[in-house]
Design a protein around this ligand. Structure first.
Ligand code: SF4
Length: 637
């Protein structure tokens, strides 16, 4: 029988906002072992409780915030936490992962996860202090931005160390790509989970705890964690990751033609240098910042000293933000990007989807599909500051065309007419992040197979980004070379994406970072995660069991989407990627071949080639009998 010995607190907080009730419940050790926590646990709760008839913004919807067995431990980069719900943006499975300190603090407060059900008629805050929880009035903070909310709650509870996950006005108003902002300035950015909180009347979750995460084998775990810290620090990428963070990618990604420009019209931005990580650091750097137990500290605090945005201080300015509010909008003004980043964080908006929605509107203006008057008098030209900031505020306020864009680009295109549809750059309703499958074929496939819609982080193919033949040889053997390390080749990319998804879901479930140590640095892979989780929990988990868990969660989330009607027809890139060769030099005049790779990908996964669903045999092999019955009929077995 599986029992908890470490890694987990062993307790869930079940919250019913409709009845104003909080209940402490045991976490079933068998469920923890089967799912690991985080992403895996959230997916299982969603499958069980949020069926096709549940509107993501209704009281029946469920929001799960879940840590993993390594969250809050000394393991490097162990500050990660997963939020899971049916997405109001895409209507399918939704999740988002944030770093910082909120997740560790939740465990220190005595809970592995919080499951929020129901909805409150008046604004509330969920307060969790050292094993005790209450649902408190939040009328005084409703309407405040996320920074103001955090400050106000710390003052109210006389707790300067309070860790807060809150929504801003965008989440309150139901913007479908609203974020949840978590201490310190980290985001559960994607999938619109801030709108789920807003619909529940839940302004914030505030936590504080003084416990430690139990560890089953303290000596072995401490030695392993120490070794992992050393390996991360010694990694060849450590200095650049630590100095520049993800903004350091701008130069290199622009060179390979994978830097989306003007709503993906190009993959190369002629002014990329002006918005590079190097320029950002040189002009605005104040100090390093980072998540719990992270040696990398890839986050930075930036300050604007002079000019129209003088005094603005912001952090978590990622590569994605530099693209979404920079090249994606034809904008080379770093100060404008920093200010937009700060506004998004305060208003509670996903910077990726917000930037893409504005880029979509700008392209429609360029093509005469929307007029100046449609844009509320804004110019609409690429790089225009008034348009960028005006649309950002209109989206958050759901005013004018901002109300249309607040539904995401897929809904907005339907609303604005057939002429707008080709310029909605999305997959399954999710705005495409800062990659271009024409310049990196694995990324195009990753965008279509991700279970939360267009996304790079689910498969996170890094081995062929700029070519890592040594790592390919180490993991797969030399027979996969040179194609697997070649961004333009399609051969072996289905395998790369499938393996990345299985590993990624485990990384998200155990509570560690994809940037520090794992995907980007390739120091921490299956054997290291297996050893760490085994020492933390005392369960003898090996690589094979972890791979099964990863595959199982990927299949469960695909089955969840299948139950909602998702099929192979939805695994599709916008025609711009598949019909228009990229003009970027680094893309070699290619189009994306993602859809041609689906047969191979489905075969590797054991999915039906016609409909793209996991077959009955695959679901049975993974023990997903409920999913097998829901999709294919038969008994639970
Ligand atoms: S590498 Fe960056 S995002 Fe990852 S845990 Fe460290 S500071 Fe956070």
């Amino acid at each position: 029988m599986t029992e908890f010995r470490g890694g987990y607190v062993g307790t869930l907080l079940e919250v019913d906002l409709s009845r104003r009730r909080v209940v402490t419940a045991p976490l079933d050790p068998a469920v923890a072992r089967r799912t690991l926590g985080g992403n895996g646990l959230g997916a299982e709760i969603l499958w069980d409780e949020v069926g096709p008839g549940v509107d993501p913004l209704s009281a029946e919807a469920v929001l799960v915030v879940a840590t993993g067995p390594l969250t809050g431990t000394p393991w490097p980069c162990s500050g990660r936490t997963e939020a899971v719900a049916r997405s109001p943006l895409t209507g399918i499975y939704g999740d988002s992962n944030a770093g910082g300190t909120f997740g560790p603090e939740l465990k220190f407060a005595g809970f592995d996860a919080v499951v929020v059900r129901g909805a409150s008629e008046t604004p509330v805050v969920l307060r969790i202090i050292d094993g005790k929880a209450s649902i408190d009035n939040a009328a005084d903070v409703w309407g405040l931005d996320t920074v103001e909310t955090e400050i106000a709650l710390r003052r109210r509870y006389a707790s300067p160390g309070l860790h807060v996950a809150s929504i801003g006005p965008a989440g309150e108003r139901g913007v479908r790509f609203a974020s949840i902002q978590a201490t310190p300035n980290r985001s559960f950015g994607r999938c619109g989970l801030g709108a789920v909180m807003g619909a529940k009347g839940l302004k914030a979750i505030a936590v504080s705890g003084s416990r430690r995460v139990p560890i089953a084998e303290p000596g072995a775990f401490a030695a392993l964690a120490k070794e992992m810290h050393s390996r991360v620090r010694a990694n060849a990428m450590f200095p650049a990751c630590s100095r520049y963070g993800t903004p350091g990618l701008v130069r290199v990604v622009n060179e390979i033609g994978r830097f989306p420009t003007r709503n993906f019209q190009n993959g190369e931005f002629s002014e990329a240098e002006a918005i590079s990580g190097e320029a950002l650091r040189e002009r605005f750097f104040v100090e390093d910042a980072g998540c719990f137990a992270c040696p990398v500290r890839c986050d930075k605090v930036y300050r604007i000293s002079n000019g129209r945005f003088a005094g603005v201080e912001t952090s978590s300015v990622e590569y994605e933000t530099l693209n979404a509010f920079g090249a994606g909008l034809g904008n080379a003004d770093l100060e404008l990007i920093l200010y937009a980043n700060e506004r998004c964080d305060r208003l509670g908006l996903d910077t990726i989807s917000t930037g893409r929605a504005i880029g979509f509107a700008m392209e429609l203006a360029e093509r005469g599909i929307v007029s100046r008057s449609d844009l509320g008098g804004l110019d609409g030209t690429w790089g225009d500051e008034a348009t960028i900031l005006g649309l950002l505020e209109q989206i958050a306020a759901r005013e004018g065309i901002g109300d249309v864009l607040a539904g995401g680009v897929r809904r907005a295109a339907v609303c604005l007419g057939a002429a707008a549809v080709p310029y909605a750059m999305e997959v399954k309703g999710m705005e495409i992040p800062a990659q271009d499958g024409r310049a990196q074929q694995s990324m195009g496939l990753a965008h279509v197979t991700s279970n939360r819609g267009a996304d790079h982080l689910k498969a996170f193919p890094t081995l062929d980004e700029t070519g890592s033949p040594d790592e390919v040889a180490r993991r797969y053997g030399t027979r996969y070379l040179p194609e697997m390390a070649d961004p333009h080749a399609t051969r072996y990319k289905a395998l790369l994406v499938k393996d990345g998804e299985d590993f990624g879901v485990v990384v998200d479930s155990v509570g560690v970072c994809k940037s520090g140590g794992t995907f980007v640095m390739a120091e921490i892979y299956w054997p290291e995660i297996a050893a760490g989780v085994s020492a933390a929990t005392g369960w003898p988990l090996d690589e094979a069991e972890l791979r099964d868990i990863g595959e199982r969660t990927v299949n469960l989330t695909r089955a969840y989407n299948a139950r909602l009607g998702i099929t192979r027809a939805d695994d599709r890139l916008p025609a711009r990627f598949t019909r228009e060769p990229s003009p970027a030099r680094g893309a070699l005049g290619e189009v994306a071949h993602a859809e041609e790779l689906l047969d191979e990908y489905y075969a590797l996964r054991g999915w039906d080639a016609a409909c793209g669903w996991p077959t009955a045999a695959t679901l049975e092999r993974l023990g997903l009998y409920g999913a097998r019955r829901a999709l294919w009929g038969g008994s639970d077995g």
